[in-house]
Design a protein around this ligand. Structure first.
Ligand code: HEC
Length: 119
């Protein structure tokens, strides 16, 4: 009996509407953000870290990039990636960053099963 429950629980979890956090995680990979900011959103020498940062700050940044407001030469790199984002997607992405709690075994979402978060 307990084996059946163990099998059913993950299936139910996959069927439910993904949380804002999960949607943000899916977007982070499906929109190519991880290519620059890293699989763990911890940044590199050239690109800023996003994990554990404050949501309002990141949200503001993304909305400004979306308006094509580049403050530095570097920020021009961000504009094409922010341009296509909806308010809901920015909300989900910044929830993912500010509440970041991944570990090495689940850095990447299983996009094949969960889709791209409905975008
Ligand atoms: C081509 C590389 C590249 C990709 C892809 C990219 N970014 Fe960036 N991102 C940058 C760079 C460079 C900066 C720093 C720009 C600046 O100086 O304002 C930045 C800055 C940011 C910032 C502001 C962080 C800060 O400390 O100011 C956020 C938030 C952000 N990116 C989110 C995203 C999201 C979400 C995506 C995917 C939709 C994404 N980025 C894709 C290069 C990239």
């Amino acid at each position: 009996m307990s084996k059946i429950i163990l099998l059913i629980l993950p299936i139910m979890a996959l069927m439910a509407e993904p949380s804002s956090y999960e949607q943000g995680k899916n977007l982070y990979f499906s929109k190519g953000c991880s290519g620059c900011h890293g699989v763990s959103a911890s940044g590199t020498n050239q690109y800023p870290a996003l994990a554990y940062r404050r949501k309002p700050f990141l949200m503001n940044k993304l909305k400004n990039y979306r308006l094509k407001l580049a403050t530095t030469q570097q920020s021009q790199l961000m504009i094409p990636f922010a341009m296509g984002l909806s308010d809901k997607e920015i909300d989900a992405l910044t929830t993912f960053f500010s509440e970041y709690h991944e570990n090495k075994s689940n850095y990447k979402p299983d996009l094949g099963i969960r889709g791209d978060g409905g975008s």
